[in-house]
Design a protein around this ligand. Structure first.
Ligand SMILES: Cc1cc2nc3c(=O)[nH]c(=O)nc-3n(C[C@H](O)[C@H](O)[C@H](O)COP(=O)(O)OP(=O)(O)OC[C@H]3O[C@@H](n4cnc5c(N)ncnc54)[C@H](O)[C@@H]3O)c2cc1C
Length: 468
């Protein structure tokens, strides 16, 4: 008689690192937005790549599904397991294997928390620029698997653009060691890009070589009051030109986002004397001291004179910078406290963001009178979080029942504008039907062939990303 799977897992990773009790499993079965609740045979917490490989091989032999999990901060239900699955948590794969400030690279295990990688880079006089609201708990394997974006994509690119090499455990338990720190490597298909953004459907990322950058020593941050989103585009282009392309963040906040923050988030302050329809958080940074402040001031002076900006404040200290960022970072939390919200993480060409916001706002307001549009986010890379807050005083459940109808209206406009219905959060379980609807048949066919080639039994994170 062969050993039961749970016993085999315990023999591989140690009994203390195989969880089966309901209370121990609970945090791995719930997800950030509370949309899904999972079920699993066990959670395994391997401590090395060899242990991940042995766990995956044991699951393959037993025919069990494998669901990789990092920090479980994903927003699309991609890490939620179904009954009988084994969750493979990367939390014990948390070593920084090497850091090279001459090559500007860092080699990390998949379970390193993003903030820990940022800290290690800083200690070596470098910058790891990936930065997002969940950075204190998300893990780099999850960041790569969702191709995370965040606030510095405009300057440094998304997770995909920050990776040089990967180590991956394949669905049959083999290990692919692609941990090269090369900037140039033209030897056929670039396999690492298959696993970036695959959301755990093709294998488990166990380690990565990441790009570092010189650490900025000058950072200038401004909050600019604007009449409309279109004004932001001219301001962004002018700031890029005047600063030698030093704009690192360009985040849009509507007045309603600030109003909700003032109502629900302690310590938030409106830095302006009167309300304005829109705000733009602009941040410039450079590893060469001097010059940014003057460049930013002259761009803002011109914008104020031409009417493209109505007012502006510049941070004079680290504290003031934090206070300006808090206005932007409070928007999701404030929306949550206000009641139900229907979310859209979409992108269009940056130049078309104002048109998208106008079209989508008009369409949802016509379809659901009283709905409050909170369109905010990463304007600089064309990514809008087009979120809808329930009408004041409305029934939350009744509003959330409109989720699919609102998705259809917004996503049809995105598709008509040649945009993407998932800019940075991925597909997971939440957007599988949207994949079926908006991807071309030829794209889905190619994706299914890749999946079948790497995971013929369909055991890696089943039910995610690809429509059946
Ligand atoms: C407050 C908040 C703010 C956020 N802001 C942003 C933002 O600005 N930009 C953005 O892009 N996202 C954002 N997110 C979403 C989320 O943080 C990211 O998707 C993050 O990259 C997920 O990392 P994780 O470790 O939590 O992954 P998990 O949630 O654990 O997993 C996500 C997916 O990746 C798979 N996976 C995890 N680890 C591995 C691995 N080692 N190998 C293979 N597959 C794996 C899982 O199976 C799942 O499908 C935010 C989330 C929160 C809660």
């Amino acid at each position: 008689m062969s050993m039961p799977l749970v016993d085999r897992l315990a023999a591989i990773v140690g009994a203390a690192h195989v969880l089966t009790e309901a209370a121990d499993l609970a945090p791995y079965l719930a997800e950030e937005r509370g949309l899904y609740h999972g079920s699993a045979l066990a959670v395994a917490r391997p401590g090395s790549t060899a242990e991940v490989a042995a766990v995956v091989a044991a699951c393959a032999e037993a025919g069990a599904a494998v669901v990789p999990q990092g920090g479980n901060t994903g927003l699309c239900g991609g890490g939620v397991p179904e009954a009988g699955a084994v969750v493979v948590s990367t939390e014990r794969l948390n070593r920084i294997r090497a850091i090279d400030p001459v090559d500007f690279t860092i080699t990390v295990e998949a379970g390193c928390v993003l903030a820990a990688i940022q800290d290690a880079a800083e200690a070596a006089g470098c910058l790891f620029p990936l930065s997002l609201g969940a950075e204190g708990s998300c893990r780099i394997g999850g960041n790569l698997s969702t191709n995370a974006g965040g606030v510095a994509v405009l300057r440094y690119g998304n997770a995909r653009e920050l990776v040089l090499g990967l180590e991956v455990v394949l669905p049959d338990g083999r290990v692919w060691n692609g941990l090269k720190a090369l900037r140039k490597n033209n030897t056929g298909y670039d396999l690492k890009h298959l696993f970036v953004g695959a959301e755990g459907t093709l294998g488990i990322i166990t380690a990565a070589v990441l790009k570092l950058f010189p650490r900025p020593c000058e950072v200038e941050t401004a909050l600019v009051a604007l009449p409309d989103p279109a004004s932001a585009l001219g301001l962004l282009a002018a700031a890029r030109r005047a600063s030698g392309d030093a704009v690192t963040a360009c985040e849009l906040v509507p007045r309603i986002g600030l109003d909700l923050g003032l109502a629900h988030v302690a310590g938030l302050r409106d830095p302006f004397e009167r309300p304005h329809p829109w705000y733009l958080l602009l941040e410039l940074s450079s590893s060469r001291p001097g010059g940014l402040r003057t460049a930013l001031e002259s761009v803002l002076a011109e914008a104020l004179e031409s009417g493209a900006a109505s007012d502006a404040v510049l941070a004079e200290s680290g504290e003031q910078r934090k206070a300006l960022w808090k206005i932007r970072e409070s928007v999701p939390e404030a929306q949550k406290r206000e009641g139900g919200s229907i979310k859209h993480d979409v992108s269009v060409a940056t130049s078309r963001v104002p048109e998208f916001i106008a079209r989508a706002t008009a369409a949802v307001e016509a379809a659901l009178p009283g709905v409050r549009v909170v369109a905010f986010g990463h304007l600089g890379d064309g990514n809008v979080h087009f979120n809808l807050t329930q009408p004041a005083g409305a029934d939350k459940a009744g509003f959330l029942a409109e989720w699919e109808r609102m998705n259809r209206i917004v996503h049809d406009i995105v598709a008509a504008m040649d945009g993407s219905v998932s800019a940075e959060h991925g597909i997971g379980r939440l957007k599988v039907a949207e994949m079926a609807r908006y991807k071309q048949d030829v794209e889905l066919d190619l994706m299914r062939r890749i999946k079948a080639a790497l995971d013929p039994d369909g055991r890696m994170n089943p039910g995610k990303v690809l429509p059946p």
